[in-house]
Structure formats: C-alpha cells, structure tokens
Design a protein around this ligand. Structure first.
Ligand SMILES: [Zn+2]
Length: 504
C-alpha cells in the first residue's frame, strides 16, 4: 500500500482514538494494510480545518461535520477560525476522541478551507442551495441555506483528504452536484421549502441513520414524527463512523434510539423511541400504519420485509464495500421497489451478485453493467484489478467490453490470469462513506415527502457513488426497472396495497 507519510517499526504513542481497532477494520479492509503500518502512517499526519472569521450557516455545518469525521480517524488536528468557532469545534473533537491532539498547522494540501480565510488550504467545500461543491482553490459562496448540501460537501472534502493521506491520490477536478436532481445546471437548484414529512418509521439507527438525523436536525423548516427503531446500544466500535456517537455514549452504553432523540431535541421533528427491530415493531402493531419507511439496516431480509409492509414510500440508505448510495421507492409507480433491488431469485441478479462480489463492484453497478451491456470503464477495471490483487494492465484488454466477458474469462478461468490469494480482513465502511449515504437518505426523505421537491427530483430510483477511493462520479443516477418475480408485481400485493391506501 502506498503510504503518504510516516515510517514504521518504532514504538508509537499516538493520540489514536480509543476505538482504533474499528478504524483499522475499516481502513485495513479497504487498503490491505497492516495494523502497524496504519498506526505508523498516521503518526506524522496532521490534517487541518481553516475557517473564515465569520461563517454562514452552510459553512458552519460543513466545518462541524468535517471536524466530526476527521476526529474519528486522525489523531492530530489543526483548527483555525474565530475563537468561538475554534472552541466549539475543538470541544466536539474531544467529545469524540478524548485523546485527540491539536496542532497549530497542517500541510495546506491536507487542510480544508471554509469561508473567507487567507490561511493556506488546498480543499474547499461549499454549498449553495441544493448544490454541494468541492473546489481546489479558495472559494466562498453565499447561497440558500441547505444542510443536506453542506453535509455532503464535508463528506467530499474528508474523502479527498483520505485519498491523499492513504493512497497518495490527489484530485483537482471540481465537484459540483445538485442533491435535488443530481444534475449540474442552475435549473437544478431551488430553495429548501419548509414542510412536514408526516409520520416515518426510521428502521435502524446505524451509521447511515446517524448522519441522516444529523442533517434533519439542522433543517429548521422540517417538521414530522419519527418512530426510531433499534434494539441495540452504542458501543465503542460504533464511534468509528457514528456521527452522533460521543465517547461517553459508548462508556454509558446508551441506546441507539436515545442518541437519535438527543440529536433532534431542539428541532420541530418529534421522536418516539422503540428498542425493536422493524419486524418486531410490525408484529407488535399488526403491520404498520405509517405511510413512509426510512431504512438503513445491515441486512437484506429486513429491507425486503420493509417493502412487504406496504408503505407508500420507502427511502433506503446503504453502504457497500466501497460504495454508498440511497434509493427512493414509491409503491405505486413503474420503477423498482426496494424488494426489487434486493430480489434473491432473479437469475440476472444472482449472476450479477456473484460477479459483483468476485470483482469488487457494487451490486448496483454490476447489475447496471450486466443488464445494459454498458462497456466496462477504466474505473471498473481498476476496481476489479484491486479486488483480484492483479496489476490493472493485466485486465486492460477487458476495458470497453461487457461485464459478462470479464467475469467468464477471468473468474471462471477462461483467460490465463493468475490470481493471488487475497486475504482480506473484515470490511467496515469508512466514516465519510456512511455519513454521505445518510445525508443522501435524508435528502431523499425530504424530497419524496414534499410535492414541490418530488416534482423536481431525479426520476431514477437509485443514486450511488460506486467507489469512494476515487473522486465522486460524474453520473450519480442509476435507473432500475422492476425485477420479474418480485412481490410488487404480485396481484395480491397490489390489491393489498390499494386496499390499504385507497381510502386515505
Ligand atoms: Zn419489486
């Protein structure tokens, strides 16, 4: 693995987070790096945040989430800004990692600049209405307040820092994406109207839901009622990527629903807590009465169960191996339902799932490639090469050809490529990966429950960033049709759905 900074072998006393083993599971899994190497590579890393003297609301949120994410990985942070902001951000970092060290400076290329500041910084996130942006030269914009875009910008910036530190991979290609439409033009921007999302079952308070709640808590015009479902408590290992998780929450093993309610205590969103799984909740209440489910659980069965509970709208947030995304499913339309995305029997899906697993592609990317016979991109080839542990040059001959050919030739053994034994440790998503999935999930919830925004939103079911070890994609949306054999095409399901909602 390329190590940007640091040596190895010496006895290290670092301000590593107390949950470093979990950090190691996340990073070691992605980069095939040893624990000692990771410790050593973090030894001399200083990352920074340079804030202007006065920050807009968007800028403050970006600074806040960036600090939150950085403090979960890097032992030494440099934070500059007004005295008040500096103190608040440092206090946040210490609550996450009590051992964290603050330094005066960090290299400009590892410093995030926010707002009007002359401090040297190389990475400039900003938000303007629904537009989330990342620049590589000083930039400050004053657009409409939007915590979804501001949160996403923080994730883009922290992802860029991660690639610079651990992969020595520097990007200077500007990122600009509207979380409303996933387009790039000014037409893709409107304000954030106030509104009520009604009653929503929030199934699973994991890392993805944590950042969804973080974002919703900052949306001052949002009203609604969340029924937060999760039977578990916060553990130290969760702190690696739970943006609502503080060190003391794990010490006191607080329920996950409790930290959800704490985050929303000053907002107009009401929270009801239930220490139950979605299935247990539905059993207890003989089904569900809420029109909307927002789900980010860690298993496929519960996602399929969610669709079977006949919600009008399901919003789904997920992280895969290196991927992240969100999807939105209105039961009445022609697009894929949530169960379609996770349908087990579909012949094409099981093939694509195997190919996805073997080649390290996301199931969504593999399915899109397989169904549409879209040619494999250079990024797909490099993902496959990294997963298989071979030089990308060995697979170059498959670029531009269909996924099925790469799979048959390489995995099924038609082509003479020697694959090394890849021994990977358990893979846990990276903090910024889960955080962005949650921001996207929250945005889809708000868009899907607001008619004005729903009309303007992207038409595709799925939005995804396929590999966070590369810069954000230029195309985020993935169209998905219904899966033959899925419950949503079943007549009894359709009748039950109409019976449930027609009189309401
Ligand atoms: Zn379906």
């Amino acid at each position: 693995m390329p190590v940007y900074l640091g040596g190895r072998g010496e006895a290290l006393k670092l301000a590593l987070a107390p949950f470093f083993d979990r950090v190691y599971s996340a990073i070691g899994g992605h980069l095939s790096v040893g624990r000692e190497d990771l410790t050593a590579s973090l030894k001399d890393v200083r990352v920074g945040l340079a804030c202007g003297a006065t920050l807009s609301e968007n800028e403050w949120w970006t600074a806040e989430l960036a600090t939150n994410l950085l403090a979960r990985l890097y032992p030494s942070l440099s934070i500059n800004g007004s005295q008040k902001d500096l103190e608040r951000l440092r206090r946040l970092a210490v609550r996450i990692n009590p051992a964290i060290e603050f330094c005066n400076t960090a290299p400009a290329e590892l410093t995030i600049g926010i707002g009007h500041t002359t401090s040297p910084a190389g990475i400039w996130p900003s938000a303007n209405g629904w537009f989330s942006r990342l620049w590589f030269a000083p930039k400050s914009e004053h657009g409409a307040t939007n915590p979804y875009a501001a949160g996403a910008s923080a994730c883009f910036a922290v992802a860029e820092i991660f690639r610079r530190v651990f992969l020595n991979r520097f990007s200077d290609a500007e990122v600009s994406v509207s979380l409303l439409t996933f387009g790039k033009t000014e037409r893709d921007n409107v304000g954030l109207p106030e509104g009520d999302f009604g009653e929503v079952l929030l199934a699973g308070i994991g890392a993805v839901a944590n950042s969804a709640l973080w974002t919703l808590a900052r949306d001052a015009g949002r009203r609604g009622r969340l029924i937060a479902l999760d039977p578990e408590h916060v553990e130290a290992s969760n702190l690696q990527r739970y943006v609502l998780g503080l060190f003391k929450d794990a010490e006191h093993t607080k329920p996950k629903t409790w930290i959800a309610a704490r985050e929303l205590r000053y907002s107009a969103i009401k929270v009801e807590k239930a220490a139950l799984s979605l299935e247990e909740y539905a059993d207890k209440h003989n089904g569900i009465a809420c029109p909307t489910i927002c789900i980010s659980v860690d298993n496929v069965e519960t996602r399929r169960a969610a669709q079977a509970l006949l919600p009008r709208l399901v919003v789904n947030g997920w992280t895969g191996d290196l991927a992240l995304g969100a999807s939105s499913h209105h039961s009445s339309d022609e697009r894929a339902c949530l169960a379609c995305l996770y349908h087990p029997q579909g012949r094409s899906l099981s093939q694509t799932e195997q190919a996805a697993r073997a080649l390290g592609l996301t199931p969504e990317r593999a399915a899109a490639l397989w169904v549409t016979r879209t040619p494999l991109s250079q990024q797909d080839i490099s993902t496959a090469a990294r997963t298989l542990g071979v030089d990308p040059a060995e697979l170059a001959g498959w670029q531009g050809r269909p996924l099925g050919e790469l799979y048959t030739d390489v995995i099924c053994g038609a082509a003479p490529i020697r694959l090394p034994v890849v021994n990977r440790v358990e893979t846990v998503p990276l903090a910024h990966q889960s955080a962005l999935a949650g921001v996207l999930m929250a945005a889809e919830l708000v868009k899907g429950t607001n008619p004005e925004l729903a009309d303007l939103s992207q038409r595709e079911t799925l939005v995804t960033w396929g590999d966070v070890l590369f810069p954000p994609p230029s195309v985020w949306v993935v169209p998905r049709a219904k899966e033959p054999g899925c419950i949503c095409l079943d007549e009894d399901y359709q009748i039950a759905f109409r019976d449930k909602w027609s009189h309401k």
